[in-house]
Design a protein around this ligand. Sequence first.
Ligand code: NAP
Length: 198
Amino acid sequence: MRVLVVGAAGTIGQAIVRALAPRHEVIRASRSKSQVKVDLTDPGSIKAMYAAVGRLDAVVCAAGEGVFKPLAQLTEEDFRFTLSSKLMGQVNLVVYGMDHVNDRGSFTLTTGILFEKPTPGSGVLAVVNGGLIGFVRAAALELPRGIRINDCCPGWVSETLTAMGMDPKGGTPADIVAKDYVASVEGTATGRSLRSVG
Ligand SMILES: NC(=O)c1ccc[n+]([C@@H]2O[C@H](COP(=O)([O-])OP(=O)(O)OC[C@H]3O[C@@H](n4cnc5c(N)ncnc54)[C@H](OP(=O)(O)O)[C@@H]3O)[C@@H](O)[C@H]2O)c1
């Protein structure tokens, strides 16, 4: 398969690329650190990326930024930024990408556990992850030509906890998290929020 991975330079993205690369042609995209440049906050950049990369069998996204802050400190700009990056960035990847994906291809987006199990500070990300899970369910009903869509819903990733100076045992290694992405790309599920571990 020809698989586009957006966010390929990231903690989860690198693990997805490692898992897919032995069996598929993987095209790596992100703002600055990948072969193909795209900024999810800019719809024009998403359209330009699809025009440049050609036909695809699968699009995987492990990108999209979000603000994590106590409710009392959250601003409208924090919501606007996170909605435009993690939520609308991934929605636009589907809306502008569906004509570039082959019959029976797939989209795999990234949500996260903070919708199902919020913690203090997760107000914006709970909104965004919940919105994306709803979008995936709805889009699965309408995508044409047998195209599938799922989201992967990681808990904390061990490498991220280490980078934050926290105990990595509370998380799941990125290579394990990547297995859900591979299952979405290579399997038959659609309209699902995948979280087998963590
Ligand atoms: N790590 C965790 O513990 C965890 C847990 C649950 C959910 N998640 C979610 O998983 C996703 C990836 O997390 P991660 O920890 O792997 O992040 P990360 O290590 O920060 O990597 C994110 C990647 O996305 C790219 N990127 C960021 N903003 C972008 C944009 N606007 N347009 C295009 N590319 C962009 C970055 O590369 P460039 O700088 O080159 O653009 C980077 O390669 C995020 O949505 C996060 O909320 C993560």
